[in-house]
Design a binder for this molecule. Structure first.
Ligand code: A2P
Length: 309
């Protein structure tokens, strides 16, 4: 069984979820079936990934086979940038639910703190979006709410006015992008952190034109993996678990889907865990460059991530 964490509203989140970004229509249905049949109980989706309808077909299949019950699967989706206004949030979620063929989401995230407007401030405001999401919690359409790709400062802003505090913050985290400050901020406030791209997302590095070494080829990692007789991917997933996050390894390959889940009966020895916590190369792979505009609201990466100029 996949271990779970308890969120700040008492609900449970399975610590390993299937990542579905860049899984193409035509392959994601099969991947979701493999995952659920192999024991995955958490699927991380988004309207933007444009594949939720196939995930819905897979869910319907396993539910009707009796392999898994709806209440045993944790389903996350994310509001896209053009669905932030109070009028848009509910219809967007209704469409997600229709595609996934379910009547509620376990978790709804704001995908990016960006709406496409040009100007000095984000419009509609994140506050407007958050309040519309809170209403969906009251209605029971979504059980928990949170954000993705937010900085510590942007999470703090939400906390300052939230009636329903964020339960989950989902960001890029792996040994090449640790985000220690955000992790401790969330830890102190009982906000669960989910790590996306836990393998360093080798299939997106080209798209984001990320320069530099590939995480899965890191010499420290490779030597730890061989000493433990595990794959580098398994060691990275294990690192994420020991680091206190849930993790979302993406794969569409049945063997890799299975092996990525085979990480609960062993541990990284402390020295190996710590070695992976101190790799000096640090670089975010998923940048915000698509959302920058000289007129704002974000002119630079530094402004976007609240890291200075
Ligand atoms: P594939 O889908 O063909 O398995 P991340 O989760 O960090 O975004 O990384 C996803 C990428 O890592 C995908 O390209 C995926 O390819 C690949 N991948 C997933 N699991 C493994 C594994 N166990 N070993 C090697 N590559 C993997």
């Amino acid at each position: 069984e996949v271990p779970t964490a308890t969120l700040n509203n008492g609900r449970k989140i399975p610590l390993i979820g299937l990542g579905t970004w860049k899984s193409k229509p035509g392959e994601i249905k099969q991947a979701t079936l493999h995952a659920l049949r192999a024991g995955y109980r958490h699927v991380d989706c988004a309207e933007y990934y444009n594949n939720e309808h196939e995930i819905g077909e897979a869910l319907q299949t396993v539910f009707s086979e009796g392999v898994v019950k709806r209440e045993d699967v944790f389903l996350t989706s994310k509001l896209w940038n053009n669905h932030h206004s109070k009028e848009s949030v509910r219809p967007a979620v209704e469409k997600i639910l229709k595609n996934l063929r379910v009547s509620h989401l376990d978790l709804l995230l704001i995908h990016w703190p960006y709406t496409g407007n040009v100007g000095p401030t984000v419009q509609p405001t994140i506050r407007e979006t958050w309040q519309a999401m809170e209403a969906l919690v009251s209605e029971g359409l979504v059980h928990s709410i949170g954000v993705s790709n937010f900085s510590t400062k942007k999470v703090a802003d939400i906390i300052s006015y939230a009636q329903v505090p964020p339960s989950v913050v989902q960001v890029e985290i792996h040994p090449y992008w640790r985000q220690d400050d955000l992790l401790s901020f969330c830890g102190e406030r009982n906000i669960h952190v989910t790590a996306f791209s836990p393998l360093g997302s080798p299939d997106s590095s080209a798209m984001f034109q990320r320069k530099g070494p590939k995480l899965m080829d890191d010499p420290t990692l490779v030597s730890i993996a061989s000493s433990l007789n595990k794959s580098p991917a398994q060691c990275l997933i294990r690192w994420g678990l020991q680091h206190g996050t849930s993790i979302l390894p993406k794969s569409v390959n049945e063997g890799r889907i299975r092996s990525n889940l085979d990480v609960t009966s062993w541990e990284l020895p402390r020295a190996d865990y710590e070695a992976l916590c101190s790799l000096s190369f640090q670089q975010r792979m998923v940048t915000a460059r698509y959302w920058l505009n000289p007129k704002g609201p974000y002119k630079t990466e530094g402004e976007f991530w609240d890291e200075g100029p």
